[in-house]
Write a protein that binds this ligand. Structure first.
Ligand code: WQD
Length: 330
């Protein structure tokens, strides 16, 4: 199958390319390198032993995107490209709405023109919004999102619903990620956020490697066993394999799937596991809660198991070991 992977040099995109390459797929990567590095292309070739057609294009440029479809008989598209920093989206909402919505609309319009109608969308658990319970089930539908980044994901899901309602020859799979962490076992690819990390795992790694002084734990007064926030951390390789399964088992129509482990892990549990697995110290201090944070958020992943024959296989220890291995190698 010939698959276009937008954002294919990014954290989740690159790991998905590795897993897709194991199957007999021809992969085309489009990435504007806003939040990724061209060196990742060489690393992907090193890991897979395969070469990939690469377009350093921006989805906001319609002519460029059309060129990709003119030059390649694309069967399906996995769409990762988009801005994804929650904090930055609060400061720069127009940048997030313009980029994430327009790039997706451009892509969908050109797919329609070239009659390419198999689409996998990188969505996020954030679309469930602020709920009473920690567990997220696909049938719950979307809630009130708490930042522009999450709202773009919610809006794109709605766009896809309307697109499908207008033309049911589309096959659309929406994958709602929980907290992607970890790295490929080679240590060649992993998460490289620009600047000071917003997310827990990259921040832990910077503290463990001495690049940052101390981890601030945002609140230990939540209604959870140890008082710190609970999330569903999913190894990025498990997440990548979820995309392969979604492609292989793509059902007719528009379908949503949670891609998570189904297990809730607290901040303190993550810190302690990271220290134990890697025999390092992570200095931390408890500070006030971060605005917008939920006490608990974790997946019911049973639908993905039932319909995509997918579930996570890697443990929290694997996550901590592989993440640290990448940090040490880079
Ligand atoms: C995890 C836990 C924090 C940093 C976000 C996005 C979501 C997705 C994943 C893209 C929480 C605590 C964190 C720190 C801390 N992104 N924490 N100190 O907020 O669950 O989800 O990233 O798809 O859409 O919303 O992830 O890693 O920021 O926080 O105590 O320095 O760690 O309070 O409990 P989050 P996170």
């Amino acid at each position: 199958m010939k698959i276009l992977v937008t954002g294919g040099l990014g954290f989740i995109g690159s790991h998905t390319v590795v897993e897709l390459a194991k199957e007999n797929n021809e992969i085309i990567i489009l990435d504007n390198l806003y939040n990724s590095k061209i060196e990742v292309l060489d690393k992907l070739e090193k890991i897979t032993g395969k070469k990939f057609k690469f377009y350093k294009y921006d989805l906001l440029n319609k002519e460029d995107v059309e060129k990709v479809f003119e030059e390649n008989e694309i069967d399906s598209v996995i769409h990762f490209a988009g801005y994804k920093a929650v904090g930055e989206s609060v400061e720069k909402p127009l940048m997030y709405y313009s980029n994430n919505l327009m790039s997706t609309l451009n892509l969908l319009n050109i797919m329609k023109k070239y009659n390419v109608k198999k689409f996998i969308f990188s969505s996020s658990a954030t679309v469930y919004g602020n709920k009473e319970t920690g567990i997220c089930i696909e049938t719950m539908g979307r809630g009130e999102t708490s930042n522009p980044y999450g709202t773009t994901k919610s809006m794109i899901e709605k766009i896809l619903e309307d697109l499908y309602a207008s033309d049911n020859t589309w096959n659309i799979t929406i994958l709602r990620y929980f907290n992607p962490v970890g790295a490929h076992e080679s240590g060649l690819i992993g998460e490289e956020p620009n600047g000071i990390p917003n997310n827990l795992m990259p921040y832990i790694m910077k503290v463990a490697s001495g690049k940052l002084e101390v981890l601030s734990i945002f609140g230990d007064d939540y209604p959870t066993p140890d008082g710190t926030g609970i999330r569903d951390y999913i190894h990025v390789v498990d997440l990548a394999k979820g995309h392969v399964k979604a492609l292989e088992n793509m059902k007719q129509g528009l379908n949503y799937y949670n891609l998570g482990s189904g297990k809730g892990i607290s901040v303190l549990e993550m810190v302690k596991t990271f220290e134990k697995v890697n025999n390092v110290k992570v200095n931390y201090k408890i500070v006030e809660r971060r605005a917008g944070d939920l006490a608990e958020c974790y997946a019911d992943p049973s639908k993905a198991l039932r319909e995509l024959n997918w579930k996570t296989e890697k443990s929290l220890e694997d996550i901590c070991r592989d993440a640290w291995n990448f940090e040490k190698n880079n």
